[in-house]
Design a protein around this ligand. Structure first.
Ligand code: MIC
Ligand code: SF4
Length: 640
């Protein structure tokens, strides 16, 4: 039987497990890692605590791209800390200003056929190059940097077969929006999305990367494209053709599911508030008035995206009721825009040019006006993530965003009527990118570690006790995101290195009294619905609850990275055996997990308030059980 691309890469990296058992845990060797600054400080504190003298990977890179709004000393201190750790332990350091981790990694480091894990959920961007790239918690990345295997559930493999060619002004963003429309934000859980078919050859590497990037919103473990002549051309244009290896699925590869998409039938679409899978065509939504347009983020900030935007803005003025901001994805993109008239066209049209960083995507500025309609080329539109609770955020392609910014209303770029007398144009793929890695510092393996006063140690857990008796401190519904559990934004992000301080914001999006109540109770259990913890990889969504005494989370189902983060930190993630039992626990009920040490597989939750006995499921591997018993991965490694 032939192999899929995913299986080929896994087979070449398998440590000690059996990949033929779908759904069982496998360990893989990791070739490359990446961190960003908002998760990086914790990851490197954990790496330091492991006592390893240098990184053991082929390439590890630390990026500074999230916390670049330096309103106090905290972020700059974190940057210095990460830079100093990188230098000492052998990690490349991408300085602030060099760009968003995923865009830069695609340009300068990613390699077909290799494995990459990153402490950011959009690490699968690398799948655009045919690299098995997976988002993980900071602790998992620290372990991989130390040479340890990374563990995932052997995924099901979904084949997304692309045929045809996109029509003019329909874009890669519309492809992934269509996949989200078809499969939903839960549709990729436990799966890798593997793209194939004739349509693949019509998409450049950055376009493929837009699609694999937003596979994170499906909840997928990863998304992958083959490595072919288009991949070779991209690597050649990045002056690293030697990194090319061809990679495709065998003709007789067997997939768990096949989804067919005819690219020529797609039309421009948008994900409507407040979920990336709430997808409608621009025509269906209609010509709604727009207040703000933001272009950029790791999904849509490649050179081609920016040139398309510049082409639309050229000779026009941003509509007087619209505020337009543009953040190029990397210094390479920025410098190339500056080297031709594209940047001037954007500035002339009235765009507010931001630095090459995450910026508005993570609520670092550009919050929309109250109730404002904001069109964004980003990947997440969770309620409140923009910094304005009642803003209406729509996720769109760069073409839709730019044209709407000119017109002042949501405009379908494939409909010529929306172009007025504007010129229609085509953007060719560059044959050569501008190569200048002067903002990437190679490590010299020496120097002092520089710690700022805001950098506090991470909370420690203790080995699991026989019994957990605690109150249901909070009950939440379905699709709770890590932005609910541990919000980001300009005010809270600078506290990422200080768990006691950031814990004051834990769950405030759901219940402002939560941190105070949790501290008073000293311990607690959280009750959740389906797809609990979707979204980001931020380990803080486990570390802050740990600090606040949360012992277990009981819900209908979990998102992959968050579940792993809970286990890594010794918080027990359990699911209801019968989903209907969700109704049998109310916030405030006194609960008991009886004899939990022995019953991790099938524990019983006693509701001491109502007398109900609720059956739960653990479904942990041996390794995960050992972590939970030890009170987390670090305790386990240190034998505590
Ligand atoms: C995000 O897009 O939510 C982030 C910010 O990039 C996160 C990481 C973080 O919270 O630091 C992610 O996607 O993992
Ligand atoms: Fe940065 Fe946004 Fe991408 Fe997260 S999704 S890495 S915040 S650009």
């Amino acid at each position: 039987m032939g192999l899929t691309i995913t299986e080929k890469i896994i087979k070449a990296h398998l440590t000690d497990s059996d990949m033929n058992q779908k759904g069982s845990e496998i360990g893989i060797r990791i070739d490359q890692t990446l961190t960003q600054d908002a998760t990086g400080t914790m990851a490197y504190l954990q790496f330091e605590a492991m006592g390893v003298d240098r990184v053991k990977t082929e390439r590890s890179v630390a990026y500074i791209d999230h916390n670049t709004l330096q309103t106090g000393f905290e972020n700059a201190d974190d940057h210095r800390y990460i830079g100093s750790v990188a230098n000492k332990y052998g990690i490349y350091f991408s300085r602030p200003g060099n760009g968003i981790c995923h865009q830069v990694h695609l340009e300068r480091f990613g390699k077909p056929g290799k494995t990459l894990i990153g402490s950011d959920s959009h690490t699968p961007t690398g799948g655009g190059l045919g690299m098995l790239s997976i988002g993980a918690g900071g602790l998992d990345v620290a372990v991989a940097m130390g040479g340890g295997a990374y563990y995932i559930t052997m995924p099901e493999i979904v084949n997304i077969r692309l045929t045809g060619k996109l029509s003019p002004f329909v874009s890669a963003k519309d492809v992934i929006l269509e996949v989200l429309r078809l499969l939903s934000v839960k549709g990729g859980v436990g799966k890798v999305m593997e793209y194939s078919g004739d349509g693949v050859r019509t998409l450049s590497v950055p376009e493929r990367a837009t699609i694999t990037n937003m596979g994170a919103e499906l909840g997928a473990t990863s998304s992958l494209f083959p490595s072919d002549e288009i991949t070779r051309a991209f690597l050649k244009a990045q002056d690293r053709e030697e990194d090319y290896t061809p990679l495709e699925a065998d003709k007789d590869a067997v997939y768990d599911k096949v989804v067919e998409i005819d690219l020529s039938k797609l039309v421009p679409m948008a994900a409507c508030p407040h979920s990336p899978d709430n997808v409608k065509t621009i025509k269906e939504i209609g010509k709604i008035k727009v207040d703000q347009v933001c272009i950029g983020s790791c999904t849509n900030s490649s050179l081609k995206d920016m040139l398309k935007v510049a082409g639309i803005l050229n000779g026009n003025t941003v509509h007087e009721s619209v505020d337009l901001s543009i953040a190029p994805g990397s210094k390479q993109v920025f410098e190339m825009l500056a080297g031709n008239s594209a940047l001037a066209d954007m500035i002339e049209a009235g765009a507010r040019i931001l630095e090459a960083a995450c910026g508005p995507c993570i609520g670092m500025g550009q919050s929309p006006n109250s109730g404002g309609v904001s069109l964004r080329t980003f990947n997440r539109n969770f309620e409140g993530r923009s910094g304005t609770k009642d803003a209406q955020v729509y996720l769109v392609s760069p073409e839709t965003a730019a044209l709407s910014a000119i017109n002042g209303y949501l405009s379908d770029p494939a409909d010529r009527a929306n172009w007025g007398d504007m010129k229609v144009f085509e953007v060719p793929h560059p044959e050569k990118f501008l190569i200048n890695d002067n903002m990437i510092i190679k490590p010299t393996f020496d120097g002092e570690i520089k710690r700022g006063p805001n950098i506090k140690p991470f909370p420690k857990n203790e080995p699991l006790k026989e019994q957990i008796r605690a109150c249901a401190l909070l009950k939440v519904g379905d699709n709770i995101t890590t932005d609910h559990i541990m919000p980001a934004g300009a005010k809270i992000l600078p506290l990422r290195s200080n768990i006691p301080a950031i814990s004051e914001y834990c769950f405030v999006a759901c219940d402002e009294t939560f941190p105070k109540r949790a501290k008073e109770a000293g311990k607690g259990i959280i009750i959740g619905g389906a797809n609990y913890g979707q979204g980001s990889s931020r380990e803080h969504a486990a570390l802050a609850p740990l600090y606040l005494g949360i012992k277990a989370v009981v819900c209908k189902s979990f998102a992959r990275i968050h579940k792993q983060n809970l286990i890594n930190n010794g918080i027990i993630p359990l699911t209801f055996k019968h989903e209907a039992d969700y109704e049998n626990v109310s916030q405030g009920d006194e609960l008991e997990l009886v004899n939990i040490k022995e019953t991790l597989d099938n524990p019983v939750l006693k509701n001491l308030t109502t007398g109900a006995e609720i059956e739960l499921t653990g479904g942990f591997s041996k390794r995960e059980k050992d972590m939970l018993l030890a009170g987390g991965l670090l305790n386990l490694t240190k034998g505590e």
